[in-house]
Design a protein around this ligand. Structure first.
Ligand code: TXA
Ligand code: MG
Length: 319
């Protein structure tokens, strides 16, 4: 069975016993296990059906723990960490031998994050090990932002979902590596490139598809619903091509008068991008559960967290 509960002690005991459970973070729910245990990490890859070539992020409660797992922290990384942690920033740092190679898929850098969700921090503080946690969805599918969505998509694959409510940010962390003192964004996320640039003075984005992706967030198709998704700047123009029956709409702020309300999700009636990000994956999960023929999704303004929403929509449409 898969139980939903709020018992941090139970969650900690299960994790100390090498079990894999779902935990809340401020971005999306994570599928968590002891990052130092090859048995727990292997279970994460198996449950997620994730290729072993795709590394995992480790989660820590505070920066004091960081030196136990990385060889060094570049000054620019420290500056970003000081500004954005706890929060939706993941840093690629040179790992030491405490982190098993299976966690990083053999790469020399480990992805590290200090989440800001109070239950995640409380849980991490109770543990003597970091938590490896990818998003709690089968590989390639839509990330979950509520305990109920986790239970539905991982039913009977895990025993416990620690319920921390609906994730406040709603979009995954921004992944940042370094080339000297230049931060390179490998996955756009909840912290915008402008925000990184403001602190670091410069930033580059390497979010393009390459043959061997550094980060699977770079794969052309990812974060995708089972229903075909068409991405557009103009919903009404696309509606002239497709029949209205069997069509669902994912709109930024304007409901569509031609489609039944039940088959629509409006991300933010006031056009607020943070609210749109918060509602995004939940809306995708609901539309995908309706077994429609197609979903027409509208691009959002390409600024701030909107850059990450559009990135996920682009990848969801490439099936
Ligand atoms: O917000 C988040 O980051 C959530 C929550 C649970 O923390 N986690 C998450 O994990 O989105 P995941 O595994 O679904 O996505 C992590 C991305 C993957 O694209 C992975 O390839 C990349 O991070 N990644 C992990 N370790 C890496 C490494 N050492 N080098 C490059 N990319 C790495
Ligand atoms: Mg993921």
């Amino acid at each position: 069975m898969t139980f939903i509960g709020k018992d941090i002690e139970t969650a900690a005991a299960m994790l100390a016993n090498d079990q894999v459970i779902a935990i809340p973070t401020e971005t999306v729910y994570g599928l968590a296990g002891n990052a130092l245990s090859i048995s727990a990490v292997t279970k994460i890859y198996e449950i997620k059906k994730r290729p072993l070539t795709n590394p995992l992020i480790i989660h820590l409660p505070d920066t004091i723990q960081l030196n136990k797992y990385v060889k060094n922290i570049p000054a620019i990384a420290e500056k970003l960490a000081r500004h954005f942690w706890p929060g939706p920033l993941t840093l690629l740092l040179p790992k030491n031998s405490a982190i098993p190679d299976i966690v990083t898929a053999g790469l020399p850098d480990v992805a590290v994050r200090i989440p800001s969700h109070p239950m995640a921090i409380e849980l991490l503080r109770k543990l003597s090990f970091p938590l490896a946690a990818p998003s709690a969805n089968p590989f390639g599918y839509i990330s979950p932002t509520s305990a109920e969505d986790v239970k539905r998509i991982l039913f009977r694959k895990i025993d416990y979902v620690l319920d921390g409510g609906s994730c406040t940010k709603g979009i995954e962390s921004t992944i940042v590596g370094f080339d000297g003192d230049t931060p390179i964004i490998y996955r756009v996320g909840a912290i915008s490139p402008e925000a990184i640039k403001k602190i670091a003075g410069k930033v580059e984005i390497n979010n393009k598809h390459i043959a061997v992706p550094v980060s699977p967030g770079m794969l052309p198709s990812h974060y995708a619903p089972n229903t075909s998704l068409y991405l557009t700047n103009n919903v009404e123009a696309l509606l002239k091509i497709f029949p209205q029956t069997g069509t669902g709409i994912l709109a930024f702020k304007n409901p569509c008068p031609f489609i039944p309300k039940d088959n629509q999700e409006v991300l933010s009636l006031t056009g607020n991008l943070d609210e749109a990000a918060h509602n995004f994956y939940k809306a995708m999960h609901r539309l995908d559960s309706l077994n429609l023929e197609r979903i027409i999704a509208e691009r959002v303004p390409n600024v701030g967290i909107g850059i990450a929403i559009n990135d996920r929509l682009e990848k969801a449409s490439n099936k």
